[in-house]
Write a protein that binds this ligand. Structure first.
Ligand SMILES: [Fe+2]
Length: 327
């Protein structure tokens, strides 16, 4: 069964009639807020399980075997392709490919239509997700040989090292849209330590081609003790900042940038007209980007970064804007 065969369940969200078999409390316990998948499982009250569709994928693992058999890996540039929202494909100098945080609409329909299409289905070696919210977890969409869903710890393959750091989702909405209030209204703790699992987070450090890239996900601005020391120095930092300040406020994000002092900052989780509807309540990130000392409005969805070329950069903001890969 392809995802296209899965019909979203539209919840009648009146106070009196949340949905058949679903109390308002359980709805928000499972759903959280903005970005907050898991509603479908609450609708049927099933225990957690994985319905893998991978057996129907076209293609095979030939490329992974090819990389596995290489005796050495060439130096070279790292490619970053933007797929909208928080989704990136990173290609190592050897050609290993990682896809982060493919997105989808909330399968229950409760959070409405955020995206204008299904996530594309490019061929990649590994797909990774930072957390289980719908705008980050369409892990079945890429044609991927491996899936590392919320991976914590270390992983190494070809010329790529990945470290996953367990942390927590931002749990106090800093912008005008107080989506985290929804959890409190239904008696759920958005913030740790008693948060539901969908408010857990993994932040990924990717090391390849001499460049250290931190995929922030929707992590909170004040991570757990030891986080900063664990991630070490960062060359490329992705951060979820938009004009509505949905996940991080400008001030919080600027504090992270000041602390890590990366060479390059790439905004994520903002409204772009190619992939995302205004109904998401997100806004573009232009205002934040243009408030920075140095920024570049990119004219393509692709970046090629060589360690030697970025070594002298200091907090250079690179904004993809509406330049998004659609295939
Ligand atoms: Fe998100």
């Amino acid at each position: 069964m392809d995802e296209s065969d899965v019909q979203p369940v539209f919840v009648n969200a009146t106070h009196e009639h949340p949905a058949p078999g679903l109390s308002r409390r359980s709805f928000f316990f499972a759903a959280g807020a903005a970005g907050f998948g898991g509603i479908a499982s609450a609708l049927t009250a099933k225990p957690a399980h994985a319905d893998s569709l991978a057996w129907m994928q076209p293609g095979n693992n030939n490329h992974v075997i090819e990389l596995q058999e290489k005796a050495s890996y060439a130096n070279g540039a790292v490619a970053i392709d933007y797929y909208g929202h928080c989704a990136f494909k990173i290609t190592s100098p050897s050609g290993a490919t990682l896809m982060f945080d493919p997105w989808r609409d909330d399968p229950s329909g409760a959070w409405g239509h955020w995206f204008k299409s299904k996530f594309p289905d490019p061929v990649v070696d590994i797909t990774l997700s930072t957390h289980t919210h719908f705008d980050h977890d369409a892990i079945d969409r890429p044609q991927s040989t491996m899936i590392l869903d919320r991976m914590v710890g270390k992983y190494q393959f070809a010329d790529i090292k990945i470290s996953g750091f367990a942390d927590k989702h931002a749990c106090m909405a800093p912008g005008w849209y107080k989506w985290t209030n929804a959890l409190a209204e239904f008696g759920v703790h958005a913030c740790p330590p008693n948060n539901p699992g969908h408010m857990d987070m993994v932040t990924y450090l990717v090391e390849t081609g001499g460049i250290r890239t931190l995929i922030w996900g929707d992590n909170r601005h004040n991570p757990a003790p030891g986080f900063w020391e664990a991630v070490g120095h960062i060359d490329v930092l992705t951060l979820p900042v938009d004009g509505s300040q949905h996940i991080l406020s400008y001030e919080q994000a600027n504090g992270i940038v000041e602390r890590l002092k990366p060479k390059i900052v790439i905004p994520t989780h903002y409204l772009n007209e190619v992939t995302t509807y205004t109904l998401s309540t997100l806004a573009p990130a232009d205002e934040w980007v243009k408030s920075q000392n140095s920024y570049k409005m990119l004219d393509s969805p692709s970046l090629s970064l060589a360690a030697a070329d970025i070594i002298k950069m200091d907090r250079e903001f690179m904004y993809f804007g509406g330049h998004v890969r659609t295939a």
